[in-house]
Design a protein around this ligand. Structure first.
Ligand SMILES: [Zn+2]
Length: 408
């Protein structure tokens, strides 16, 4: 497998260059579909059956699923990556450009580089004869960067695949920490959740001369709430942010809930105040605990105000660091040892945002970060480390060959 991946280095980078040069910003539905058409033959050539799940119902292009059936008794692997990028057709950042060991391009690392790793690894498995018996489903979403609404539609099929799988491997970028002697590759077995909340406070509008113990109005009350959140919510691995706030005599939020228009006068006690923010946590229990604290804080308003809190339904679930995930990392470190590579420690989950693997984390063991090492993602400085594509493909091919040969 190592030899095949090395012999195909040029093929792999040419393939990656081709898909990077096709724009596939999440909302460029035709572009996402075009990348899908470039990627699909790679899987059919290896004996995978492919399916394109249309996602117009969620306002997105679709999702490519490629299935390889092997031994009925063997473990079932679910490989997750994505076809889309954050760069829409109006972005000036559109082309692949190689500069020594680094390539610059939209999605070069996030996550077209991950797709290149998958294809290189599967081709190596086929050449070595380990693909034949392997049960592998590749799930490429077309809306990872901006998931379609509602999530109950846009993540329905991914969640269903997670329930059938024995291990999920996420081909987003390899985590690299700064160590005392230079960069250190890290294993990633957990991701925090991401969800938003809204606090709406209504107050009794009156002449400002009467502000105080009998009537504080909406803005003082909202300030009390978010400051009490700041002081009382924090616990390890949980963060809470306030991203938007406004208040006065009137405050109206737009439909996308990213703009607030407020008006008021200094001599009138505020009638309304609104804030939106997020909450990121490592487990469902932590989310529930934080939400309970938030509700309790909101439920004790200052005189003259009434507060409500709501939590958005389209939240990304957490991927906690379970024993099952740890044992996958241990298997991965077995591959590292056999390849003469350094073993990887666990990445701090605070250093990784939520992702598609989070949707299957409740149902299947998972390992994150099997894609190449990259930098500057979501900016026009995005680069991929080319040698890491081959290194990750070798690791993935060996890991998958071993896992697929195990009984369920
Ligand atoms: Zn991304």
């Amino acid at each position: 497998m190592v030899q095949t991946i090395d012999a195909e280095q040029q093929r792999t980078t040419d393939f990656l260059a081709t898909i990077v040069n096709q724009n596939s910003g999440t909302m460029n539905l035709a572009g996402v579909d075009a990348v899908r058409r470039m990627v699909e033959p790679e899987f059919t050539a290896l004996g995978f059956k492919t399916e394109w799940i249309d996602m117009k119902a969620a306002g997105r292009a679709g999702q490519l699923v490629a299935r390889h059936a092997g031994s009925k008794r063997g473990k079932r692997l679910l490989l997750i990556a994505h076809l889309d990028t954050v760069f829409e057709p109006d972005s000036p950042f559109q082309r692949w450009q190689v500069d020594g060991k680094i390539a610059h391009g939209p999605g070069a690392g996030d996550d077209k580089g991950g797709i290149a790793v998958i294809v290189a690894a599967l081709r190596a498995m086929q050449a070595a004869g380990t693909l034949k018996q392997a049960n592998i489903t590749v799930f490429l979403t077309g809306d990872e960067e901006d998931a379609g609404n509602p999530l109950t539609i846009s993540r329905r099929d991914l969640i269903a695949e997670g329930k059938k799988a024995d291990a999920a491997l996420d081909f987003e970028d390899l985590a690299v920490d700064d160590g005392p002697n230079g960069p250190v590759e890290m294993g990633s077995i957990a991701r925090r959740s991401a969800g938003s909340w809204t606090v709406t406070v209504t107050g009794r509008s009156a002449h400002s001369a009467g502000v105080g113990a009998n009537n504080y109005g909406a803005i003082y009350e909202l300030a009390r709430i978010i400051d009490q959140f700041r002081r009382e919510l924090p616990e390890e691995r949980l963060t809470y942010n306030v991203g938007l706030i406004g208040g006065g005599q009137s405050a109206t939020m737009d439909a996308g809930r990213i703009r607030l228009e407020a008006s008021g006068k200094t001599n009138i006690i505020a009638a309304i105040a609104v804030a939106r923010g997020d909450l990121r946590a490592i487990s469902q229990e932590q989310i529930e605990r934080a939400r309970a604290k938030m509700r309790a804080i909101v439920a004790q308003p200052l005189v003259g105000a009434k507060a409500e809190i709501s939590f958005d339904e389209d939240a990304y679930p957490p991927m906690p660091p379970t024993d099952g995930n740890r044992s996958l990392l241990a298997r991965f470190n077995g591959v590292n040892r056999d390849m003469g590579l350094v073993e990887m420690g666990e990445l701090d989950p605070a250093k990784r945002g939520a992702g598609d693997i989070s949707f299957v984390a409740a149902d299947v063991d998972g390992l994150v970060g099997l894609g190449p090492a990259s930098d500057g993602s979501h900016t026009d400085k995005e680069v991929v480390d080319i040698p890491s594509i081959f290194k990750q493909a070798k690791r993935a091919a060996i890991l998958m060959s071993r896992l697929a040969a195990e009984r369920r």
